[in-house]
Design a protein around this ligand. Structure first.
Ligand code: NAD
Length: 286
């Protein structure tokens, strides 16, 4: 396990959904005292269960020892009130919504010292745009983990226009300390991976809308041609509500360029509450 950085003695992950749980797991496994915060108590319970299951799976696969599992769980606590969100590093991983993120982050900022680093796990919203609502945009940065966060190695690190160089370098070391590989990118809607991957989802959704093939066939063909996961299985893993919100945000950020136009089929799934694995039903049933 990599060395723990001495200057982050408390990490808070705000948002205990698909991403927040995985991010908290890797921080706790690396030895950081980690606190998971959510407004929904039931999400905190679910996140703890998910983390425990992930660790048990790691033991089965001989990638985690029982001691490491216990240490990770000992390092992990949950918080239910925003007033308790105090740390050296706070990583926001709530829903992909600019107004909600800014509201939460302003509250967090006013509750923490000037020296705290505040980060966002946004998939698509420019970091500079989120930072514009903050008093200390120099202490703010993007740390974009990929799903599942406890498995995927690469992490995009995004500096906003005002991000301090010292914050960037500290976050680079932090990402390495949790066993991940940092990739530094300039601030731009969707950064690198989501900008390119958007067309993987959108073109596949068009194929399904035009009934060129069924979703299972599209998934199977793309997997057979070398993609690790078919687009519909991947959207179910990501969360259809999250994936839709990301497309919407990028469509807006790219001034309604038609190539980023959100899909009606995906919209319908989203409003029906078929959000993928996390809700038990998406393009597939679980
Ligand atoms: P999710 O819907 O699974 O979880 C969001 C969580 O945020 C929920 O538990 C919800 O209760 C909580 N929440 C909402 N408002 C809150 C508030 N004001 N304060 C505290 N908690 C609040 O979402 P997710 O898929 O984990 O996505 C979270 C962020 O990570 C988004 O910005 C998303 O774009 C990004 N992201 C997602 C993926 C993915 O594959 N799902 C990958 C990389 C990045």
């Amino acid at each position: 396990m990599p060395e723990k950085l001495p200057d982050f003695n408390k990490i808070v992950v705000a948002g205990a959904g698909t991403m927040g749980a995985g991010i908290a797991q890797v921080c706790a496994m690396a030895g950081y005292p980690t606190y998971l915060f959510d407004i929904a108590e039931e999400r905190l319970r679910k996140a703890r269960d998910t983390i425990r299951k992930n660790l048990d799976k790691g033991i089965e696969k001989k990638k985690v020892t029982p001691e490491e599992k216990n240490k990770a769980l000992d390092n992990l606590s949950t918080l239910g009130k925003i007033k308790q969100v105090r740390g050296d590093l706070i990583i926001e991983a709530i829903v992909e919504d600019l107004a909600l993120k800014q509201e939460l982050l302003s509250g967090i900022e006013s509750n923490n010292s000037d020296q705290a680093i505040i980060a966002t796990n946004t998939s698509s919203i420019p970091v500079t745009q989120i930072a514009a609502g903050l008093a200390r945009p120099d202490r703010f940065i993007g740390i974009h983990f990929f799903n599942p966060a406890h498995i995927m190695k690469l992490v995009e690190i995004i500096s906003g226009v005002e991000t301090d160089q010292a914050v960037l370098s500290s976050i680079g070391s932090f990402v390495k300390s949790i066993g991940k590989v940092p990739v530094y990118v300039k601030d731009s809607p969707g950064f690198i991976v989501n900008r390119v991957a958007r067309h993987y989802y959108l073109e596949s959704l068009k194929l399904a809308e035009e009934q060129v093939a069924g979703i299972e066939n599209i998934d199977d063909l793309l997997e057979a041609s070398g993609f690790r996961m078919g687009p519909f299985r991947l959207m179910d893993l990501i969360g259809i509500d999250t994936n839709y919100a990301v497309t919407e945000s990028m469509y807006k950020a790219f001034n309604h360029e038609p190539r980023f136009r959100p899909s009606r089929l995906q919209f319908q799934k989203m409003i029906a509450g078929h959000h993928g694995r996390k809700s038990g039903r998406g393009f597939y049933r679980y």
